[in-house]
Design a protein. Structure first.
Length: 342
């Protein structure tokens, strides 16, 4: 049964015209530029971060995702600039996707401590596959089961395809709530490996938001984004639609500095085509190590028919370092962003 699941997954990755999906991170607020380019510079500091996700390690083949980013807030221009590098690898088909993107955001004041951020991203993307390990039926001796000979296929051993991609986002927030909207793959680029074929990367639309409750009675203080005496409860959601796929994440995090504990539900909790879509429950723990360094770990417990015992769920790690890289006026002030830390 594992091989059947892997075959279906591989086909969907090899032929994204059949409604392929982007890589998802459970700690999507720990990958802010990947979530929404409008979040570039939202911490109003200089931030460097990395993310790693190992999905379904219990299966015979691996699905690994990596993301690294850096962003910086320019106080004199009310702007954030950033750089993001993403890579995903699927071992069964030796399929990989690499993205290098530049992001920019501008912050507009709407009122006292209320802001609207608008951002964009332009990316260079490369999609690679290695077909040298594939075995076709014409290569298998039906008497002995041995594999050999030429398959007669003209795929070649390796192939790659490069293209440009564009994204846009906006984010409204004050000190207690936020609401964002992002669109990725605005031009729906052709990602087919075959000349003359047309296989479009579907547009991805995401909406995300939440609310933060201060449980400390206003007694907390902050220095370099390290809060002391903090007790916060945050409720949030993230909805995504890409092609025929829809996904909703709903969750809560409690921040008792330096520890953050969180739980998420991923799925569509209503009937869709007579079947509920329950995908995973996600548990998270994060810790601020001081000096602007934050580390997060989360585990996805699979709820779908794949089964957690078969897939092994998913492991995810995030690492983020924030610091002040300027002496400009306004540097060191408390950012008004109330978003999740992870």
């Amino acid at each position: 049964m594992k091989n059947v699941y892997l075959l279906l997954i591989t086909l969907s990755l090899l032929f994204p015209k059949a409604n392929g999906q982007d890589i998802q991170y459970s700690q999507f607020y720990a990958a802010p530029l990947y979530l929404n380019p409008a979040m570039t510079g939202a911490s109003e500091m200089t931030t460097i971060g990395v993310n790693y996700r190992n999905q379904w390690p219990g299966l015979d083949q691996s699905f690994n995702s990596y993301s690294a980013y850096a962003d910086h807030y320019i106080f004199s221009a009310n702007s954030g600039v950033g750089l993001i590098v993403n890579r995903s690898e699927q071992s069964m088909a030796n399929l990989s996707m690499t993205e290098v993107g530049a992001t920019y955001s501008y912050r507009m004041r709407l009122g006292f401590r209320s802001f609207l951020r608008m951002g964009g991203q332009v990316s260079y993307m490369e999609r690679d596959a290695y077909f040298g390990d594939l075995v076709f039926g014409s290569q298998i001796d039906d008497q002995t089961g041995t594999v050999g000979g030429n398959s007669g296929e003209s795929l070649g051993e390796g192939i790659s395809h490069q293209f440009m991609d564009y994204s846009f986002g906006m984010l409204f927030h004050n000190e207690n709530i936020w609401l964002g909207l992002a669109g990725h793959h605005l031009t729906q680029p052709n990602i087919s490996f075959m000349d003359g074929a047309n296989s479009r990367l579907p547009l991805k639309i995401s909406a995300h938001g939440g609310v933060k409750f201060d449980l400390s009675g206003g007694s907390s203080t902050e220095y370099l984004n390290q809060k002391f005496g903090t007790k916060e409860l945050t409720l949030a959601f993230n909805y995504k639609n890409q092609g025929s796929f829809s996904q909703l994440d709903m969750g809560a995090q409690i921040n008792i500095q330096p520890i953050v504990l969180g739980v998420w539900y991923r799925g569509i909790p209503v009937q869709q085509e007579n079947l509920p879509n329950h995908e995973a429950i996600i548990g998270l723990v994060g810790i601020s190590l001081g000096g602007g360094l934050d580390v997060g770990y989360s585990h996805d417990f699979t709820l779908s028919s794949l089964g957690n015992a078969n897939t092994g769920g998913a492991h995810e790690i995030s690492l983020r370092y924030s610091f002040l890289a300027t002496n400009k006026r306004g540097a060191g002030r408390t950012s008004s962003m109330p978003c999740f830390k992870y």
